[in-house]
Design a protein around this ligand. Structure first.
Ligand SMILES: Cc1cc2nc3c(=O)[nH]c(=O)nc-3n(C[C@H](O)[C@H](O)[C@H](O)COP(=O)(O)OP(=O)(O)OC[C@H]3O[C@@H](n4cnc5c(N)ncnc54)[C@H](O)[C@@H]3O)c2cc1C
Length: 464
């Protein structure tokens, strides 16, 4: 065995960082293992100027200090309904207390004071107008750090972890979680084995496959989550301004007439850019906005949720195969004008060049989304765009850009008990990789909960 620690944490995303921040306040030996590089060495080689993804391993966008959140839009959504399933695991009052605490920590490290989603009169008006179009508005308070603001917050987290003595192991992927008859006892990397009294697994969505393999090996029961599939929509920012000014991220849900599927807006980026994201071996679309650099466009995802029924239970494989199809046809990401989709023809470089809305992801390949997405998904998406026209005049224009495929596969949900401990004693699973969160705030909250549970077990916390 190599060195011994009180706690070893796998993954330096928000879940792992928040666990480490809290644990290291109480003179414990804590080591954080991250397969990617430190924050300042994270560079996506094809971001600026945008070029097709060259499939780095691990991906610079989703791996390294800060996890998937480092280049994210930094939207801190303060809601029980959005960003994960913690509401099923934490009682309501406790949830709100933790939410405020985590929000306070982000602010103490530089997140802005400005809060969207508080103008109740304006929100009620939007809700009324939405309802008239069979759209359901899910209002939420939101703090927007932006990609650059979020980066500075992460720099501040990194400084505190260093001051509090957390041992950081970058570019060191954890291969196996080690257990004996008593429970978890450490981890194994290519460089050696590390013994620990507690192991916290926080590998994020990018580590979902690895987490599932570990869970199968350790006989931790898992449940598949639904897969979300769809497109990223890009329109002139001015069309959405009345909504984004009030809510920043209008969360709207629509139940399609033809298939009665649930379709929703997701990850709205006012004045932002569309980007490509590598998840395992496939490339999907995503988006973000900078706080100090604005484009003329707003982008957001329109996603259809599918929960498959027996005998099929591999939604991740399904989602990946759709993304792979888009990758196969376009090299990576495909872009099509809504008007071309309606006419049953592909978009071409000429049509895109002449389009009044210019793609912010200029490396996307003009093509035909109907060769990628099943009819059911396209029909749901077009129906929702038609419903949205009443709320966002201009969105149903032939010039609206659709990028595909956007796929959100959520990790299998691991069985966890109190404090997110798995059935393997002393092994905890948190964040997006455990299938229980889907956003910065809830993943950070899960890290804090785990740390408190471990501190209590060690008699080392605030009461220890
Ligand atoms: C482009 C983009 C934009 C986003 N925008 C927002 C947003 O605006 N607001 C929001 O709330 N959420 C956003 N999200 C989602 C948010 O980033 C995630 O929900 C959050 O980062 C999850 O935190 P996590 O700690 O669970 O996992 P991650 O942040 O995914 O971190 C997991 C870390 O574990 C590492 N890892 C995995 N396996 C291993 C292993 N075996 N050994 C060592 N290390 C390993 C990974 O390299 C990674 O760094 C966005 C995500 C993306 C990709």
């Amino acid at each position: 065995m190599g060195r011994q620690y009180d706690v070893v944490i796998i993954g330096a995303g928000p879940a792992g960082i928040f666990a480490a921040l809290e644990l290291s306040r109480y003179s414990l030996s804590v080591a954080l293992f991250e397969q990617g590089p430190p924050l300042e060495q994270r560079r996506c080689p094809v971001l600026d100027p945008p070029r097709p993804c060259i499939r780095c391993n691990p991906c610079a966008i989703t791996s390294g200090f800060g996890g998937a959140g480092a280049f994210s839009d930094g939207k801190l959504t303060l809601s029980r309904e959005i960003g994960g399933n913690l509401k099923e695991l934490i009682p309501e009052a406790e949830f709100h207390r933790l939410l405020e605490e985590v929000d306070e920590i982000y602010r103490a490290h530089g997140a802005p004071d400005r809060l969207y989603g508080t103008d109740t009169e304006a929100i009620e008006h939007i809700r009324y107008e939405a309802q008239r179009r069979h759209l359901i508005l899910v209002p939420a308070r939101l703090r927007h750090m932006g990609t650059d603001g979020g980066y500075r917050v992460l720099q501040s987290f990194a400084r505190v972890l260093e001051t509090q003595g957390v041992e950081m192991h970058f570019r060191e992927r954890v291969e196996e979680i080690l257990v004996d008859t008593e429970g978890a006892r450490g981890i194994q990397t290519r460089k050696g084995t590390y013994e620990a009294r507690f192991v916290v697994a926080a590998p994020g969505r990018g580590g979902a496959d690895w987490m599932a393999r570990q869970a199968r090996r350790l006989r931790i029961p898992m449940q598949p989550n639904p897969v979300d599939l769809g497109v990223r929509v890009e329109i002139p920012a001015i069309h959405m301004e009345p909504l984004t000014r009030v809510l920043y991220e209008p969360k709207l849900v629509y139940y399609s007439r033809q298939f009665e599927d649930r379709v929703r807006t997701f990850c709205v980026n006012p004045y932002g850019v569309v980007v490509q994201e590598k998840v395992d071996d496939v490339i999907s679309v995503n988006g973000f906005s900078y706080t100090h650099r604005a484009t003329d466009n707003t982008n957001f995802a329109l996603l259809v949720s599918t929960r498959f029924t027996a005998p099929f239970n591999d939604p991740i494989a399904y989602g990946k195969s759709i993304a792979r199809l888009a990758n196969l046809l376009s090299g990576h990401i495909l872009v099509q004008r809504l008007g071309d989709l309606r006419k049953g023809r592909r978009s071409t470089e000429g049509r895109i060049a002449a389009n009044p809305v210019q793609p912010s992801l200029s490396s996307a390949t003009p093509g035909d989304l109907s060769f990628v997405l099943p009819y059911r998904y396209l029909s749901d998406i077009v129906e929702m765009i038609e419903a949205l026209e009443g709320l966002i005049p201009g969105i149903n224009s032939p010039y609206t850009l659709l990028y595909g495929a956007e796929v959100k596969f959520y990790s299998n949900r691991l069985q966890v008990g109190e404090g997110f401990e798995t059935p393997v004693p002393h092994l905890y699973a948190v964040g997006d990789g455990a299938g229980i969160t889907r956003g910065l705030i809830q993943s950070s909250m899960s890290g804090l909960v785990v740390a408190r549970h471990i501190l209590q077990r060690l008699g080392a916390g605030p009461q220890g």
